[in-house]
Design a protein around this ligand. Structure first.
Ligand code: VG1
Ligand code: CO
Length: 579
């Protein structure tokens, strides 16, 4: 093949957000739009990570992925990449990409040093919806800010990109296609999307004990992939490896438009699962399963449900951390440390203190956990946004979280599967609260707010937090029954490994009784702005940990809305999503 230099001009707004570049498909389809971003990524990497390198290119299978994969293959060849690995049909979950970078050996003994992941995660897909792309590094984790900043700089000055005149490569069939180019051979290797990931999961968990649980008539299970890429793994793992009924899988056929839905595993968007689990209004006569879970489009998120019971993601990571050493073979030698993102509830802090574990609080986004893990400081981490994971890879991992919960259930029920009462998801959570106290938690999202209004609201809060006296005057004016704010700031993080500093990571108000309010702007939206409001209240008294969460939090919610002048700034009287 021949390589040509194609002239191009910069596009505005190609700054990667919390997790890559996400825009409407229509934006991505503009001539040179994707090409500019991909070339800018090559420009930002050191030359030996491009020339002669092996790169993974795949994603959650959303609309435009197939075109994008062909474009990237040609550009990779044009930039001197030696091999491109593609999951069959272009499908790889985000955690599977991370596993493939870290674990997979190619048919010719090669190893990958990076990946383009094509996903907009939990955002809807289809011709009128979202597409996204992000780059992951040699450790399997998202590119750190040092690299994403360089990518962005390059997008502002780019004037040409390199591409090869290759024919489209068949990505539906497993095998290697080779081409000869100016620098020698270029290969595209298409491989099974699931096998490396399945192998890794089997090395972490005790599949035999999970299988016993799943085959017990006492235990019932269901899993909803929301038509995302998790479907490509769910059947292999839950049905073929662990013996779950095929009927326990919901929406497990990956679709380009996620069946028209919003592939976001929460109580609002995973409606079908929520109903099947006996939560919400459409309570049918059928007895709900004991356990239910869902994933997002790229399968890095998870929602865990018990029968008529919702496990908050913040509780989930705390409970996994508290039980991991007993229930999961991978952790049997002990945990190196635990970490959470700043807005995630402080439940994990208490587990860390009780178990004497190293603890870290990082900004929102998985990229910040990677350095801690690479340095051997963190085994388990999580975010309130339905993200949970461990140092087995460098991404959050939706199916891992489900296997972690099944492991805990299997461990707690070791003696009970023959006779005796099943220890349920709800039992495990309530026992956890009895031991560690409960963090009532809720998040309010105001999606697609006018970007200017959102900026003004944040600017107002940045100014307000600098005067504690003023904050407290407003707070006590709204509710006299909440405690005092003892600290307010704009969260800033200094990475303990590389010393890099991330500023403007959200406004925090910390209350005397351990309650917290956090305000921040989303970095993953594709239209307007999304304001997130995180509300948390700590209850130590075991007799008071059983309240309805929205009731318990009502006073703090009122304070948060008043303090931020939410309605005044945005014109919204209610959030779009409550989790
Ligand atoms: C959101 C979540 C954050 C998560 C990120 C990527 O970011 O809040 O916790 O890491 O999405 O998740 P933001 O900036 O919109 O709040 V995924 O599954 O969309 O890659
Ligand atoms: Co995701």
């Amino acid at each position: 093949f021949n390589v040509s230099r194609v002239e191009t001009a910069p596009f505005d707004g190609q700054k990667p957000g919390t997790s890559g570049l996400r825009k409407k498909v229509k934006v991505f389809k503009q001539p040179n739009y994707l090409e500019n971003f991909v070339q800018s990524t090559f420009n930002a990497l050191t030359p030996q990570k491009v020339r002669g390198a092996t790169l993974v290119v795949s994603g959650d299978g959303r609309y435009f992925s197939k075109d994008a994969i062909q474009i990237i293959i040609k550009m990779a060849a044009g930039n001197g990449v030696r091999r491109v690995w593609v999951g069959q049909n272009g499908l790889l979950s985000t955690p599977a990409v991370s596993a493939v970078i870290r674990e997979r050996v190619g048919v010719d003994g090669s190893r990958a040093t990076g990946a383009f992941i094509l996903t907009a995660s939990h955002n809807p897909g289809g011709p009128n919806e979202d597409f996204g792309i992000k780059y992951n590094m040699e450790n399997g984790g998202p590119a750190p800010e040092g690299i994403t900043d360089k990518i962005y700089e390059s997008t502002k000055t780019i004037n040409e990109y390199l591409t090869a005149d290759l024919p489209d490569v068949d990505i539906t069939a497993i095998g290697v296609t080779s081409f000869g180019g100016p620098d020698g051979q270029f290969d595209v290797e298409v491989f099974d999307s699931a096998s490396d990931y399945v192998k890794l999961m089997k090395s972490i968990f005790d599949f035999e004990s999970i299988q016993k649980l799943l085959s017990s008539p006492k235990f019932t299970f269901c899993y909803d992939a929301l038509h995302g890429v998790a479907g490509a793994y769910a059947k292999r793992i839950f049905v073929e490896e662990l013996g779950a009924q095929e009927s326990s899988l919901m929406n497990c056929v990956p679709k380009e438009d996620f069946g028209g839905g919003h592939p976001d595993p929460n109580l609002t968007y995973a409606k079908e699962l929520v109903a099947r689990m006996g939560l919400g209004k459409s309570n049918s006569e059928v007895e709900p399963p004991e356990f239910g879970a869902a994933a997002d489009g790229d399968a890095d998120r998870n929602m865990i449900l018990g029968k008529r019971f919702f496990v908050t993601p913040s509780d989930s990571v705390s409970i996994i951390a508290a039980n991991a050493v007993d229930a999961i073979p991978y952790f049997s030698a002990g945990l190196k440390g635990v970490a959470r993102s700043m807005p995630t509830s402080s439940g994990l802090d208490i587990v860390a203190k009780n178990l004497n574990l190293k603890f870290f609080e990082v900004p929102t986004g998985w990229k910040f956990f990677g350095n801690l893990m690479d340095a051997g400081l963190c085994s388990i981490c999580g975010e309130e946004s339905f993200g949970t994971g461990s140092d087995h890879i460098r991404e959050k991992d939706g199916i891992w979280a489900v296997l972690a919960w099944l492991s805990i259930l299997a461990f707690k029920n070791k003696e009970n599967l023959g006779g005796g009462e099943l220890v349920t998801v709800e039992d495990i959570v309530r026992n956890h609260w009895a031991t560690y106290g409960r963090h009532y938690y809720t998040r309010y999202d105001y999606e697609n707010v006018d970007a200017g209004a959102a900026k003004e609201l944040m600017a107002y809060l940045v100014k307000l937090q600098s005067s504690l006296a003023e904050v407290n005057e407003i707070v006590s004016g709204i509710r006299s029954d909440v405690s005092k704010v003892v600290h307010a700031d704009e969260f800033e993080y200094k990475d303990p490994i590389d010393g890099s500093i991330s500023k403007h990571q959200g406004i925090r108000c910390l209350f005397e009784d351990g309650s917290r309010l956090v305000f921040r702007l989303s970095g993953t939206g594709s239209e307007g702005a999304t304001i997130r409001l995180y509300i948390e209240q700590y209850e130590k008294d075991p007799s008071k940990t059983g309240r309805d969460s929205q009731d318990a939090l009502a006073p703090l919610v009122a304070v948060a809305l008043g303090l931020s002048k939410m309605q005044e700034f945005t014109g919204r009287s209610a959030p779009t999503v409550i989790t």
